[in-house]
Design a protein around this ligand. Structure first.
Ligand code: ADP
Ligand code: MN
Ligand code: MN
Ligand code: MN
Ligand code: MN
Length: 385
């Protein structure tokens, strides 16, 4: 029987050879040949776990293909294993909110973005206390705000930066062991071995998003070697958060196939190396119409300035390591906005004052932003106050 020496250190991560032991030719043989599922459909339920940043998933077999998200059954899981419930009352309810085509299982199989609730509780007097969103359920409040603002038609586009890591050393993919590559400069939007590292992952992820129905708008290599970006948007209201979280799930799944770790940490390598942002581009009905749109944008920027501290506090864990005022970031403590200025909190595109309408970019959120939290705040501050 295998057992661990209690004196040996616990190493979080995987053995370098795990992926080598699993011969993916065998996997592919079965996935390619066994496409007949006897009429059944697999639904992979995906949700946010106890840290508010971890994604969890489990699969459910359905007897027929659902046509809309309301057709999907509410499900549950053991919240004591995700840090979301005590062991003696561990059931957490999973409510399906958005569905996408599954690029891994393909066919009629689907991915389902869910949010999480304490179950309804029957009382002694026969009444039932309705289900309640868990503290880590940030979607619930976001959906309420998006509903209130829906006549104002908020649109978002998020730029998701991330870094690929060697899962054993936790050092960026392709970096010399214990050392550093040549300084930043050649890597951003690069092509060629040594400059563009791990492209297979962003490329496969891109196709997976398109297949799934995620509104992915592009991708590019980033400034730090092994750092990449993709963008999702424009998306309306609550669908921004749903699509962003599902796109991250796809990123983890794709990188898992390559046995590569993905980090959304805002500053994976301290020092003279770029951090990772999650710029949020925003517009609404008013900003998109000329000539009054430019005026609406200026008014919204002023409102954002008045609630800077509140926004900053909710824009990502560890963002203070990234927002230093250097490496194309603004200062954490001071709000600023400007046309075409990448050192500002908010950047308005060069053509906006010319076209007299458009959208603007909130550059403050970090790569590990919770899109439900950030989009909710943007709408509250600019459209509901
Ligand atoms: P950057 O120039 O800052 O690198 P990107 O091209 O990476 O910008 O990302 C811009 C994002 O803005 C994309 O996700 C795009 O879909 C989104 N976007 C475009 N038009 C709008 C709009 N009117 N409102 C909100 N977002 C928009
Ligand atoms: Mn079980
Ligand atoms: Mn970008
Ligand atoms: Mn970028
Ligand atoms: Mn940007």
């Amino acid at each position: 029987m295998a057992h661990r020496d209690p004196n040996s250190p616990v190493v979080f991560g995987t053995d370098e050879k795990v992926s080598g032991m699993l011969d993916q030719h065998i996997t592919r043989h079965f996935l390619n040949t066994l496409q007949d599922q006897s009429g059944k459909v697999c639904a992979e339920y995906v949700w946010i776990g106890g840290s508010g940043a971890d994604l969890r998933c489990k699969a459910k077999t359905l007897s027929k293909k659902p046509t809309k998200v309301e057709d999907l059954p509410v499900w549950n899981y053991d919240g004591s294993s995700t840090g979301q419930a005590p062991g003696d009352d561990s059931e957490v309810y999973l409510v399906p909110r958005a569905m996408y085509r599954d690029p891994f299982r393909m066919g009629d199989n689907i991915l389902v973005m869910c949010d999480t609730y304490e179950p309804p509780r029957p009382q002694k007097d026969g009444t039932i206390v309705p289900m309640k969103p868990l503290p880590t359920n940030t979607r619930h409040a976001c959906a309420e705000v998006m509903e209130k603002a829906k006549d104002q038609e908020p649109w978002f586009g998020i730029e998701q930066e991330y870094t690929l890591l060697n899962p054993c050393t936790k050092w960026p993919l392709g970096w010399p062991r214990g050392g550093y590559p040549a300084p930043q400069g050649p890597y951003y939007c690069s092509v060629g071995a040594g400059a563009s590292i791990g492209r297979d992952i962003p490329e496969v992820h891109y196709r997976c998003c398109l297949y799934a129905g995620i509104n992915i708008s592009g991708l590019n290599g980033e400034v730090l070697p092994s750092q990449w970006e993709y963008q999702v948007g424009p998306c309306t209201g609550i669908s921004m958060g749903d699509q962003m979280w599902m796109s991250r799930f796809l990123m983890y799944r794709v990188a898992e196939l390559f046995n590569v770790e993905v980090t959304f940490d805002p500053k994976p390598i301290p020092g003279d190396w770029n951090g990772s942002g999650g710029h949020v581009n925003f517009s609404n009905k008013d900003t998109r119409v000329a000539p009054t749109g430019w005026d609406a944008i200026q008014k919204q920027c002023e409102k954002l300035g008045r609630r800077h501290a509140l926004h900053i506090a909710a824009y990502g864990e560890g963002n203070e390591r990234r927002l230093t005022g250097t490496h194309e970031t603004s200062s954490m403590s001071d709000f600023s906005w400007g046309v075409a200025n990448r050192g500002c909190s908010i950047r308005v595109g060069r053509m906006v004052p010319v076209d007299k309408c458009g959208y603007y970019e909130d550059r403050r959120p970090s790569s590990n932003l919770d899109p439900y939290v950030v989009t909710k705040l943007l709408v509250e501050t600019t459209l509901l106050m």
